[in-house]
Ligand binder design. Structure first.
Ligand code: ZN
Length: 181
């Protein structure tokens, strides 16, 4: 192993920018024999997320079409890292809530997104234990946003076609300007 490779292993993974085929693809469930890969990926996903900075990152965003996501709502201050393997939404509240969302795959783009206000989610942790979480507020939105990624859905897919096209055009323009800069 060359020192340079090791250095690259410690650096954050590049995050795919929309539009990208992998971001629109339904990711496959993680099987027991994927766990070595999952254990190798998660620290690098956290690095990429903290570096961005962001509060959630799904495996498809780093080009791995697997049902895996990381979340840390306390990013920066007291870290509260969560690894979600094969997360599933079990129930959602009838009540909806609207909050502004952004996405590391759509840098610089934000919009109000309406989703169920509360969710119950089941997921597996890195150590293999099955967990249930009931969430509201930012965590409820973040869980739904990340699980959407595993189904090939982006937050802009919850907007009107007009609003979505506007944001996607602005993203493309921003990316072209960034490439030229
Ligand atoms: Zn996202």
């Amino acid at each position: 192993m060359q020192p340079m490779d090791q250095e690259q292993d410690n650096t954050a993974l590049p995050i795919l920018i929309a539009p990208h085929k992998t971001l629109k693809t339904k990711a496959r469930p993680i099987r027991p024999d994927d766990m070595d890969l999952v254990r190798a990926l998660t620290p690098r996903m956290f690095s990429a997320m903290y570096k961005a900075p962001g509060i959630g990152l799904a495996a498809p965003q780093i080009g791995e079409s697997l049902r895996l996501a990381v979340i840390d709502l306390a990013a920066g201050e007291k870290p509260a890292p969560m690894v979600l393997i094969n997360p599933e939404i079990l129930t959602v509240s009838e009540e909806w809530a609207t909050r502004e969302e952004g996405c590391l795959s759509l840098p610089g783009q934000y919009a109000d997104v309406s989703r169920p206000a509360r969710v119950k989610v089941r997921y597996t942790e890195l150590d293999g234990s099955l967990r249930h979480i009931e969430a509201d507020g930012l965590m409820a939105a973040c869980l739904q946003h990340e699980i959407d990624h595993l189904d090939g859905v982006l937050f802009v897919d919850h907007l009107s076609v007009l609003k979505r096209n506007m944001l996607m055009r602005k993203l493309a323009k921003d990316q072209r300007q960034k490439a030229l800069a």
